[in-house]
Design a protein around this ligand. Structure first.
Ligand code: CAA
Length: 258
């Protein structure tokens, strides 16, 4: 496994993870995904990290699964290996907040990787798409499930069945991305958002993430009950007492992440 395919840097309590295979537009082969999943799991377990930013390099966030690597695979190869099932599942289970900072192409598995993050901040030059249909396949890393949840059935059908790319502006209008900024400001904006999140109490941040994700899994009644129980549970933390005391004493809170 090459160590140069993923770069991890730390800035205070924020980790910046960069996909670093720019010559092939960060095409996602088994090695880069395994390396990414391992790096993300390590950051999730690192007490010094409160939020993660995931970004690309060169012309792309990621232009999708590696077509050259996949071309000759048989059904039996991909089925037996459960192609990327394990690593993709483990990325999905990261409990700390992950922001995708997307510049350039986010296509196929690249768009799916961005959607697997908690929210996307896009540069004005970002392009999103699920072009798998043009290759005789379909999205395989969650695109047929996460895209309709993010932008609705009509737009997801349009993107997945025609394979067309949408601009950052359209993606913002669709609700796929949270913010669009100029390409020069992308990393600063994402790092600033992550720094803000990392300055909060980690248990409340993690519970908020968990509760929002539950909204896509369970009926409203269950989701509301789960939210209420988590809300109740936070009254057992140091940081709830500190956050409320600090507000009343008109001073910044000193969270201990517990
Ligand atoms: N896999 C492997 N290599 C890729 C790649 C990919 N997904 N995307 C780009 N590359 C490689 C190109 O082959 C090229 O390599 P060479 O220099 O060795 O020829 C290099 O990256 C630069 O790409 P281009 O010359 O094509 O760059 P461009 O600016 O002309 O076009 C692009 C950019 C429109 C993104 C075009 O590269 C493209 O269409 N890429 C493929 C996008 C795609 O189909 N993605 C879906 C993949 S399948 C998938 O992801 C399945 C899934 O859901 C799990």
């Amino acid at each position: 496994m090459s160590e140069t395919q993923i770069k991890v840097e730390h800035q205070g309590r924020v980790a910046l993870v960069t996909l670093n295979r720019p010559k092939v537009l960060n095409a996602l082969n088994n090695e880069i995904i395994a390396e990414l999943a391992a790096a993300m799991r390590a950051l999730d377990a690192d007490e010094g990290v409160g939020a993660i930013v995931l970004t690309g390099s060169g012309k792309a966030f990621a232009a999708g699964a590696d077509i050259a690597a996949m071309k000759d695979w048989s059904y039996s190869d991909v089925f037996k290996a459960d192609y990327l099932g394990h690593d993709w599942e483990s990325l999905r289970r990261i409990r700390k907040p992950v922001i995708a900072a997307v510049a350039g192409y986010a296509l196929g598995g690249g768009c799916e990787l961005a959607m697997l993050c908690d929210f996307i901040i896009a540069a004005d030059n970002a392009r999103f798409g699920q072009p798998e249909i043009k290759l005789g396949i379909i999205p395989g890393f969650g695109g047929t499930q996460r895209l309709p949840r993010a932008i609705g059935k009509a737009r997801a059908m349009d993107m997945i069945l025609t394979g067309r790319m949408v601009t950052a502006e359209e993606a913002e209008k669709y609700g796929l991305v949270a913010r669009v900024v100029s390409a020069e400001k992308l990393l600063d904006e994402a790092m600033e958002a992550a720094t803000t999140i990392a300055s909060m109490s980690l248990p409340s941040v993690m519970m908020a993430k968990e509760c929002i994700n539950r909204a896509y899994e369970v009926p409203l009644d269950e989701g509301l009950l789960n939210e209420r129980r988590n809300f109740h549970a936070l009254f057992s933390t140091h940081d709830q007492k500190e956050g409320m005391s600090a507000f009343l004493e008109k001073r910044p809170p000193q969270f201990r992440q517990e």
